[in-house]
Design a protein around this ligand. Structure first.
Ligand code: ADP
Ligand code: MG
Length: 399
């Protein structure tokens, strides 16, 4: 998918004002009545109506007249608001190609005014599963469709806070530069997701590094919870960088041990399968007959770190995280969402069509394209400029 930010350069101050008004209206309205948009925008002579048409034409809003005449933001509309803020803060000046797509995010190359290429992650929580959750859970009852904005924003804040805290404590992660709404700006990792790597010159070293990260996280009170070959980047010198933090939990979580063991298991499995590597003293299991031949002792002492033994000890990062504005309550909200969303999908036909329209491309094509293009980073960027006079007003919509 190409994120077409072209119109961003041409949208007027008033059009952005109206787009922000739609965003604000969504805090209490599934579909924001046109009159309310007009009132929030506060433009003279009903000027907002003309602007609503322009926004609709650029697919920044979606029109719904089933109950009354109203609008809601599209993904693209929300993207525009966040990107515009990043531009007006002087952080980015161009958007390039998409470099990653996950279940719940899109990642783009962006360029800074100084010419440095960085990564912009746009969180899209609830892209596929939110509506199903909404119908079953009441904890978000009063948030309605605002929830996808709210949850994506929480995920971005969490990712930013964790990335910053981890970086400050010496973990190999991208540098967290800034965040706004559902977007996180971070440095670009020069490397590939480990899933694309066929051989390693030193699998033992990589294995120790990776397993060491899991235990060091636990010492600092954290579990990654999605620690696998998709979220570990490796470069030509086989340096490893860890990414993707919205699902991390504390070692005090009731399922902490299970999550910890699952992260460890992912690494053992992947290194065994892909590089035919297992740490010394550990028998590779080639089939069921091997498993039968293991006696109980061998099954116990399997080389996997023990959660109880490693967890805690070092300075816990919980406090550092709260200081960044990501609260325990936020953590609970996200956890509830993530746990409930797992494996659920329940869209009506109409909703599915809409999702398709907004998503535009299918991720498989993109991933294939990624493999080809991975080394020619730093391609072309769509240039961005904004009308600075609006900056304060747009920023004031952050809550
Ligand atoms: P998700 O939560 O959707 O899985 P990730 O953070 O794992 O999102 O990013 C998805 C993909 O995007 C990664 O597998 C990687 O290929 C790419 N990517 C993410 N962050 C960066 C970065 N900072 N530098 C380079 N590539 C990145
Ligand atoms: Mg990922």
């Amino acid at each position: 998918m190409k994120l077409d930010v072209n119109a961003l350069r041409y949208l007027t101050k008033d059009e952005f004002r109206v787009l922000t008004a739609v965003e604000m209206g969504m805090k209490n309205h599934e579909i924001v009545p046109a009159e309310l948009v007009d009132r929030i925008a506060g433009l003279k002579h009903g000027g907002a109506y003309k602007n609503m048409k322009t926004l609709l034409r650029h697919k920044l809003t979606h029109h719904d007249s089933s109950k009354y005449d109203g609008f809601r933001l599209t993904n693209l509309g929300y993207d525009y608001l966040a990107i515009r803020t990043m531009v007006s803060r002087g952080l980015i000046s161009g958007v390039g190609r998409q470099i990653g797509v996950g279940k719940e995010s899109d990642i783009f190359e962006v360029v800074t005014p100084e010419g440095e290429t960085m990564a912009l992650k746009l969180h899209r929580l609830g892209r596929t599963s939110f509506r199903a959750v909404k119908s079953k859970r009441d904890y978000l009852k009063h948030r309605n469709s605002y929830s996808w904005l709210y949850l994506s924003r929480l995920a971005a804040l969490k990712e930013y806070a964790f990335m910053k805290a981890l970086g400050e404590h010496g973990f190999p992660v991208p540098r967290a530069v800034d965040w706004n709404r559902h977007c996180v700006l971070m440095t670009l990792v020069k490397g590939y997701p480990m899933v694309q790597v066929k051989n390693l010159s030193d699998p033992a070293k990589a294995f120790d590094t990776v397993l060491g990260l899991i235990t060091r996280l636990a010492q600092h009170g954290l579990i990654h919870c999605d620690f696998n070959e998709f979220n570990l980047m490796i470069d030509d010198e086989e340096n490893i960088t860890m990414i993707d933090f919205p699902q991390m939990v504390s070692i005090t979580h009731r399922n902490a041990e299970m999550y910890f063991d699952r992260d460890v298991e992912c690494i053992f499995k992947f290194f065994g399968k892909r590089f035919n590597y297992s740490p010394p003293g550990i028998k590779m299991l080639k089939g069921p007959s091997d498993a039968e031949n293991l006696d109980d002792d061998e099954e116990e002492g399997d080389g996997r770190p023990d959660f109880e033994t490693v967890a805690g000890g070092e300075e816990s990062l919980d406090k550092v995280l709260e200081a960044s504005g990501f609260t325990r309550k936020d953590q609970e909200t996200l956890e509830q969402f993530i746990e409930n969303a797992e494996g659920e999908e329940d869209l009506s036909e109409e909703e599915e069509e809409e999702e398709e329209e907004e998503k535009e491309d299918d991720s498989e094509n993109l991933q294939a394209e990624n493999v080809d293009n991975i080394s020619n980073a730093g391609g072309s960027f769509q240039k961005l400029t904004v009308d600075d006079r609006l900056d304060e007003e747009i920023d004031s919509s952050r809550d």
